[in-house]
Design a protein. Structure first.
Length: 338
């Protein structure tokens, strides 16, 4: 029995939640943020509206990111976030509930896996199907994962970086590290604090990373003005941050991601390793948009590196394809029925 149009796929990311419906594609993308009244427990805002509240709320309102390092850190807040977003795309029905495919990190525990499943059921699912993010990313990036040849995906999202070698519709080798986009933002905040004695917010750090950040020294040094608070005087201060500053801030985290990529390559069977040498590594996730990240990994591994088309959408596109053909992808999908 195939899926019907009201069934949905969810990319439950640390930074963003994306929702796909059959026949329509990705119809919603919102930050993974929820604002809650701490006294009444009432949900005040989700997604973009809640993100605007981060760092700006009074004592009685809690604006938070309920997913940390790719997994659910706050079950109730995640449930409220998903319920609210699902209600925007599927009208409530007294007669039927949707079936939901949810992407999960490959390295999570059974407890974390059950939490993801439980959130989907609490949000109103009839059946829940779990698919590993690296498999979804590879499918969404257009890799021929079902063939008897090795292909490698490196998905660097908000909370985790995941690397996998795939063949014959399954994951042969996979590793993950809890260093990704959010950690890079924190690195920038800490670097600016130490160098300039100025504190800036994570949102500002993220903007700097996106605008002038680079994994290797850029040919042209870019600069950006940034407002923060001087730690000595307590007064607002404007500083100038360069591409060099951003690179110096994030390079240790990039080296750790690279280290795990190399470990994954070392664990790969020789036959598949030769395929990867020929076909290259594909990058997906938000950090794939960091300038020169492909050049950095290629220079350090000696393997061609390619950035997937629309890398932030790879996981949800793969989840969507699982919705379209759940039986074809049964090796990749973990089926859970209530």
């Amino acid at each position: 029995m195939g899926f019907v149009s009201k069934d949905i796929g969810i990319d439950l990311g640390t930074s963003n939640v994306r929702i796909h419906t059959k026949g329509k594609g990705v119809i919603l993308e919102e930050p993974s943020v929820v604002a809650i009244n701490k006294i009444t427990g009432e949900i005040l805002a989700v997604g973009n509206q809640a993100k605007e509240m981060l760092g700006r709320t009074p004592d009685n309102i809690d604006a938070l990111k309920p997913l940390k390092d790719g997994v659910i850190a706050d079950f109730n807040a995640t449930r409220m976030l998903i319920q609210s977003l699902i209600s925007r795309v599927i009208p409530k029905s007294l007669f039927s509930k949707p079936r939901i495919v949810v992407s999960i990190p490959s390295g999570i525990t059974d407890v974390e896996e059950r939490a993801a499943e439980g959130v989907a059921y609490k949000a109103g699912a009839k059946e829940v199907y779990l698919i590993e993010e690296v498999m979804a990313a590879a499918i969404g990036a257009g890799l021929k994962v079902e063939q008897a040849a090795g292909s490698m995906i490196v998905d660097i999202g908000g909370g985790t970086s995941e690397m996998a070698v795939l063949s014959l519709g399954g994951i042969v080798v996979s590793n993950s590290v809890k260093i990704a986009g959010d950690k890079l933002d924190k690195d920038i905040v800490e670097y600016i604090k130490e160098k300039f004695n100025v504190i800036v917010g994570l949102r500002e750090a993220e903007d700097v990373k996106k605008q002038i950040g680079a994994a290797t020294a850029a040919m042209t040094e870019e600069k950006i003005s940034l407002k923060g608070r001087n730690l000595t005087t307590g007064l607002p201060e404007t500083i100038v941050v360069t591409t060099y500053d951003v690179n110096a801030a994030i390079i240790d985290s990039l080296r750790e991601i690279l280290r795990v990529i190399k470990i994954t390559l070392e664990q790969t069977p020789p036959e598949l390793a030769s395929d990867i040498m020929e076909n290259g590594i594909v990058l997906s996730g938000g950090v794939a948009l960091l300038k020169n990240i492909d050049r950095y990994i290629s220079e350090q591994t000696g393997i061609p590196v390619y950035i997937a088309n629309n890398p932030t959408q790879c996981v949800i596109k793969g989840v969507g394809k699982a919705l379209d053909s759940i039986q074809v992808l049964k090796k990749a999908v973990k089926t859970k029925k209530g």
